[in-house]
Design a binder for this molecule. Structure first.
Ligand code: MN
Ligand code: MN
Length: 366
């Protein structure tokens, strides 16, 4: 549970004269409460009033897990046979009276859920709590960084397993299966996104789908993966060669590596997110491959795999100590080659440190 951040949320609520915040995004609920869960179609919610104790609202089958997660306040469960909205309305009125201004997460609440809420409350729902949560999440605490380091360590373990599974004829999906199987056997309960293993032409698509393409000699193999560990995500990419790569593959690889290292060296408090993107992009543009680096340099990471800051052209957000984000330049030339190298880092007082330590020099698997 993150008491400090709950207090900071309340500070904002007080400025907005909002008497209740309804947090609905599971990643944001995990951020404040420490309870991480995917509720699927069921209702999972965190209600934070201005002056009284907050409570978690979960499916009945999750109450015990939520209570054991380190959350210090009440957990209210509902059965599948109950109407969750009726129960939520009852809990809110009993605990907090009749709130006049309820802040919502406008990009995480469906219209039908909003309408249910409106059936029970005639409050002012105009304030959006999403931007303030995004701002709070920008700067990570020491504890959060330690957990992100542990999550990053699991990504390093995943690379080791994945590299070990690369052999002539191995299909992308088989390598994915091996990585996830081995991690789960070792106690990782979930990946932070579907593991990507792409080879041959497939690697030239930044977010391709692993399938039945088999690894062949002189192919590059791209691994993009991460886990969720104690509610925090890792996300890292390595591209390796199977058997001696061609001179062209080596050239492209070196260029992406130079861009990644230049961006890493440029990270320090005071530089802007857009300037970091430009540092990496310049390396690739100067070599004539600018059009093939067709996505932003990076994104923030925390309880969700993509959060703020966005390292994108034109973003003048100033980088501060404690921010955590990916640095992931890539070059994707259709039907020819695909290389991406990604580390997530945390900003220190004069630079940055990575969450993943797997070598970024071109690894050649024999
Ligand atoms: Mn990634
Ligand atoms: Mn990423």
């Amino acid at each position: 549970m993150n008491q400090t951040k709950i207090q900071e949320l309340r500070q904002w609520m007080s400025e907005q004269q909002s008497d209740l915040a309804y947090i609905s995004d599971p990643g944001h609920i995990a951020y404040f409460s420490g309870y991480s869960s995917d509720p699927h179609e069921r209702v999972l919610a965190l209600f934070v009033p201005l002056n009284k104790d907050p409570f978690l609202f979960t499916p009945a089958l999750e109450v015990e897990d939520a209570q054991n997660s380190g959350w210090a306040f009440d957990v209210v469960g509902y059965l599948d046979s109950e109407d969750p909205w009726k129960k939520i309305a009852h809990e809110i009125t009993t605990r907090y009276g009749n709130p006049q201004k309820i802040s919502l997460e406008k990009n995480a609440l469906t219209v039908d859920r909003f309408e249910k809420l409106r059936e029970y409350f005639s409050a002012d729902f105009s304030t959006d709590v999403t931007p303030v949560i995004q701002r709070l999440q920008l700067i990570k605490t020491k504890n959060e960084i330690n957990t992100l380091l542990e999550a990053g360590n699991w990504a390093d373990v995943a690379f080791e397993i994945g590299f070990g599974a690369v052999k002539e004829g191995a299909k992308e999906q088989e390598i994915v299966a091996e990585i996830e199987y081995q991690l789960k056997r070792r106690g990782v309960s979930s990946m932070s996104f579907d593991t990507l293993v792409l080879t041959g032409d497939n690697a030239a698509s930044p977010h391709g789908n692993p399938g039945s393409t088999a690894v062949q000699a002189h192919d590059l193999v791209l691994f993009d993966l991460g886990v969720i560990w104690k509610g925090y995500c890792s996300d890292a990419t390595r591209t390796v060669a199977f058997k001696e790569p061609t001179a062209f593959q080596k050239e492209i690889y070196q260029l992406v590596l130079d861009a990644q290292l230049a961006a890493t060296a440029a990270v320090k408090p005071g530089i802007t997110a857009g300037e970091l993107d430009a540092v990496a992009r310049k390396v690739i543009e100067d070599a004539g491959y600018g059009e093939y680096f067709n996505h932003r340099l990076g994104h923030g990471i925390g309880t969700t795999v993509h959060e703020y800051p966005s390292l994108v052209e034109g973003n003048d957000l100033v980088i501060e100590e404690g921010m955590c984000f990916s640095l992931e330049p890539g070059i994707y030339i259709p039907n020819k080659v695909g290389v991406r190298i990604e580390d997530c880092v945390y900003v220190t007082k004069d630079g940055c440190q990575p969450f993943t330590t797997t070598s970024k020099e071109l690894t050649i698997i024999e």
